[in-house]
Each structure stands twice: as structure tokens, then as C-alpha cells.
Design a protein around this ligand. Sequence first.
Ligand SMILES: [Zn+2]
Length: 415
Amino acid sequence: MPENNDLDAAHDYREQLQARNYRPVNVSPEILINLTNHLKTVFPGQFNEEKSPWELLSDFLIEKDIEEITLAEAAELVLTEIKDKEHPLYRMAKDSKFTKYDSLFSSDLLEYIENIKVACKDLNISVRDGVSIGFNNEEALKAEQQPVWLTESSVINISESLYIILNRVSKLLAKSISFERLSEDSGVISLNIEKHKKKILNDIELQKEWELFFTDCAYDTDNPLLGNVVVVSDEFSQACYSDIMESMTYFILGHEFGHHALEHSLGGTSEKSVDESLNMEFDADLFACKISAHIAKSDTKDNYFLQSNLGAFFALNILNLIRYSYQIVKNGKVSDSETPSDSHPHIKDRIEKIYQFIETSENHSNKKFATIALHNTMFDLLEFIWGNTRNNLLRMHIAGCAPKDRSKKNWLPGV
Ligand SMILES: [Zn+2]
């Protein structure tokens, strides 16, 4: 059931927005089984007892003798055919938080938002009437918050392309970071940059994966090619990958939720000065950092990346490097102006504010210097990775490659 009427309106509005860019996702029993097998490899131990929703849906489709169907049609069929209202598939299809265009992955987002709401409650921040959140198929690497007129609720949309890019880069980072192991299943990120460099230099496949990542993003910054699946083999790196992914997602969703909680979009964007808009972006970033640090403190999983606000650091820097990749392939050089755009501050300024947050926040009070040292090492790591891959992008430019023409848009990372 919807929590309140305003949220119900937000939910309907989000469905309308999704409908504009909707591309049906076809599933078949085979696709669903492959997906389950993939998830079982990536997250060993998670599906030992219960069947995953994809397995259940696959069983259902086989029983109905259906070879292929869109996810939206499958949800409708589940509701008409399954009579047991406690059946996990029925409950999922019936869940009023989902629109008919939501994919099965949308439940991940709901969990993030629930945790953000709990953190807001702890910190005495009003969440107003809440948000309706989901993915959208828009061809753009972006997340956005939109207020719902005459209500106290908002819609938050994240593009599937952005989520996929975050996922891919989290795996690459997990493979590139060198740890000082404390025991079999714990470790801390090494502060010795030489160790990180050595790890990357010893892994030719990883170097190629980084090159391909930036090439795919440079070729089409709005909707990068998916590339090959990046395999993260050992359990320790897998845990690290999911922690990085989680920390970046909390930053991005926390930022959008910040625009909602801080009532930034009220009054319409046209009435705001450039300075006001830029300050709102900084405030939303700080909101996301504060929420992330709070969630990390109350979380039993001990996510090192979330605790240290490295999610903010990685998400902003990677989006910036994607922008640079595009510029190099297009023009042969980075044409970075130090001035902000009308709506978003320069990413370097945003990162600077995050450092200020770490220096002043109570969350970091007893480990401020260690956290800054960690950020500096990760900065050196990204510089090293970028230094190697940019040459490849430059070679592409010299060889006459050009990015897909998106000239109608002035592309900027949109969070
Ligand atoms: Zn924003």
C-alpha cells in the first residue's frame, strides 16, 4: 500500500517519466537461469537456501510454456495467474512501490532509500512525504530528483546506464586496489602507492579492461557499451567490489535525496541565480556524505569505503574522467574549463568541499588524518590509471576515431 497520497502521486509521475524512454526488457527462462548462475558466482552464499526471484520467475514461465515475454507483461501475468497472495512472485509484482516499468533490480534501490530514511530519522532530518525511486531508460549517465507539484514528495530517477557504469568501475577498482591483509577476510587499503601500481602492472588483463572501460565511455558518454563482464575472482575482492558499489550508490542517491529533503527544487529552477544553484549542489553533496558516514557507523558490515566517504570521491572523479575521455577522443586533448557550468560546480570544487567535510565532521574526528591520507592515495591511484589509459584514447584520436555524435546535447555528468 502507498504510504500516503503525495507519495502515490510521485509514484504515478515517475511511471509517466519512465514511459517516455521505456524499452521493453525481454526475458526468457534461459536468460533468467543465466542471470541466476551469474549472481551465484558473483555473490556466493547469498542464494543457498531460497530460490532467487529470477529462478522463481523462470519456473513460472516454464510452467506456462512461455519462451519470451517482457518484464512488464510477466508482472501482469503473475498477478492474474498466481492466486496465493503470499507467493514471493505475487508479492513482488503487487508491491505498490514498483511501477509497471520497473525492473527486478529496482528492489536494490528501495533498500538504499529505506536506509537513507532511517539515517535521516536518526539525524532529525525531515524526509517530508518521501520519494518514489526507480531506474529509467533515458540515454544519459545521470541521476535526478524532481519535485511532484503541490505535494511534499519527489521522484528520484537513476539511469540504468549510470548504474551499469558504477557496477563495472567498482569491479575494476576492486581489482586495482592493493590491501594490507590483517587476516584472511579483513584488510586495510595500502597507503603505499607503489603497491597499487605493482598490482596493476602485474595484471595485463586488468590494464586492458581499464582501457576498454574508458574507450566505451568515450565513444558514447550517454549510453556506453556494456563491454565484457569483468570477473572479480577471489572472495576478498568481491567483498571490496560490493562495498565500493554500495558507497558510490549511497553518495549518488544520497545527493538526490538531499535535494528532496533540503527542498531545493521548490520555487522552480528558473528563479534561482547561478550561485544559488551551485550552492545547492554543494549542499546535496555534503548531505550525501553526512548520510553515508552515518549509515556506515550504524552498519554492521563495516564498509570501509562508505566510512571514509570514498564513494563520493570515486563517483565524482570517475564521471569527470569519463568526460575527459570523451574530450580526448574528440579533440585530442582535455578542454577542461575551470569555471562551473550554470547548474553544476566544477568537480574539483565539489571534491574540495568533501575534503572540508572530512576535516570538520565529527564522523571523522578521530581518524581525520588517516582518511585524508587514504583519499590522497586513491587520488594517486586514479592518476596512475588515467595516465596509462589516456595514451590509448589519444592513439584513437590520432587514428581518426570519433565519439558517437551527441552534438545536440552539452554533456555533463548529471548528478
Ligand atoms: Zn544535484
